[in-house]
Write a protein that binds this ligand. Structure first.
Ligand SMILES: *Cc1c(COP(=O)(O)O)cnc(C)c1O
Length: 438
């Protein structure tokens, strides 16, 4: 008999949420106290809750969080605190995790290619009612497996449309989605099986162009008209961008304006409008503190890399905000002692004085022995940065911790909840509030 072994299933750094102290520590205080030699993931639950609240308040429809982006239970709890009650999942472990935490949450199984057993468990045991598909084979699979459970009812079925290649930072056009003719045929075939019928698409992750949604909605309209059957759900997917040092996206309001206009043009007054944001809700909600283990000219050897939380800094060359943390130089009345304990009554956040010396562009090498474990940046850091210094790397709440592997034995990391603001205030999430109120 074989044994199914799972390594920390969904969330490599899974942290059970606990009752937090009223005042969370700052990143600098934790670094000063612990002087971590492993990557330190710093979750900012208040930032996540606030961002979710803002997005939900601004989006003119239903918002489901794309769990793959960051499935940490503490993150899911923070999103729920911000009002998120619907979750877009792609696998059984994601569905089980969310269901175990939120018995009343709306779960949506949005992977177009599912295992048969996963469909049965989702329908019969986990209360999932929405399934996505992009092929006739998947529709047949859903019909057979849902029927086989004997649990009565009709699912909501959403047909995922293929989009032409856009210019999102992460193009997703090649893998999923039905071309227009097939999509129209699938809508017709799914209609008699579906309680509600829908269309969805994904413009690609970190998509900086609001018109991408307008064009995709126009395509959805063409497909819906060709199908000639009633459609009750229009799901505009994820892809909403956040700021990085080299990318300043338009404010969220610009995206929502295109979505509202594109949705209105479909002339489906009774349809529900859905979105599945991932990155936009959580990117600012975590950072990772790494330590410099060696410097070779303009290259820093750090203790995290592309097989850890910095995957997108590798081949995709994402540039994240960085800052040097150098505890031990005390200001205020707090004293960082030689043992790393912050003594005295001062504000621990003051242990790292603001750096005002010259800066240089650096690249990073990760800890594994693979030459692909390299991050070009460039990352601007103090010219005198040296072995033993720490670097806080921001905007890693999305597609960071969840991508960690155990390659080469570098799977040790710590996780802590902090009260800091995001390193970059996510572009657009303040302006939308005033924009929409006006
Ligand atoms: C990954 C994914 C999302 C979230 O994408 P972001 O770019 O993180 O917003 C939403 N929907 C689907 C189907 C996805 O695969």
């Amino acid at each position: 008999m074989s044994v199914l072994r799972t390594r920390s299933a969904v969330s490599p750094l899974r942290r059970r949420f606990t009752d937090l102290p009223l005042r969370l520590p700052t990143v600098d205080a934790v670094v000063a106290a612990e002087r971590p030699e492993e990557p330190l993931h710093c979750l900012r639950p208040a930032v996540v809750a606030e961002t979710a609240r803002t997005f939900l308040g601004a989006f003119p429809g239903d918002v489901m969080y794309a769990v793959k982006c960051n499935p940490d239970p503490a993150m899911l709890r923070a999103l729920a605190d911000g009002g998120v009650t619907q979750f877009d999942c792609a696998s059984l472990p994601e569905l089980r995790l969310v269901r175990s935490m939120f018995p009343d949450a709306g779960l949506h199984f949005m992977h177009p290619v599912k295992a048969r057993g996963a469909i049965r468990e989702a329908w019969a045991a986990l209360g999932v009612r929405t399934f996505v598909l992009d092929s006739a084979e998947e529709l047949a699979k859903l019909r057979t497996e849902i029927g086989a459970t004997g649990v009565p009812g009709q699912p909501d079925l959403v047909v995922r449309l293929a989009l032409p290649k856009g210019d999102a930072r992460l193009d997703l056009s090649g893998k999923f989605g039905a071309a227009p003719d097939l999509a129209a045929a699938l809508l017709r075939a799914a209609r008699p099986l579906a309680r509600k019928l829908g269309v969805s698409f994904h413009v690609g992750s970190q998509c900086l162009d609001p018109l991408a949604w307008r064009d995709a909605l126009a395509l959805a309209g063409t497909v819906i008209r060709a199908a000639g059957v009633p459609v009750e759900i229009v799901d505009v997917g994820g892809g909403f961008p956040v700021a990085y040092p080299d990318q300043e996206p338009p404010p969220l309001g610009a995206f929502l304006a295109e979505i509202e206009a594109g949705f209105e043009a479909l002339d489906l007054p009774d349809a529900e409008l859905w979105a599945e944001p991932g990155r936009a809700l959580v990117a600012g909600g975590a950072s990772v503190v790494v330590q410099v283990q060696h410097r070779r000219d303009g290259a820093l050897f750090i203790n995290d890399g592309v097989y850890g939380s910095l995957s997108d800094a590798g081949a995709l060359a994402f540039r994240y905000p960085v800052r040097c943390i150098r505890p031990g130089v005390a200001t205020g009345t707090g004293v960082a002692t030689g043992t790393g304990v912050v003594a005295g009554t001062g504000v621990a956040a003051d242990v790292t004085p603001a750096h005002d010396g010259p800066e240089l562009p650096f690249s990073f090498f990760g800890p594994t022995c693979d030459s692909a474990d390299v991050m070009q940046g460039p990352f601007l850091l103090p010219a005198d940065i040296a072995e033993g210094d720490w670097i806080e790397i921001g905007q890693l709440g999305a597609y960071g911790a969840c991508l960690r592997t155990a390659f080469n034995g570098f799977d040790q990391a710590r996780i802590v909840e902090v009260g800091d603001r995001p390193m970059l205030e996510t572009a657009g999430y303040q302006p939308i509030v005033t924009q929409r109120a006006a």
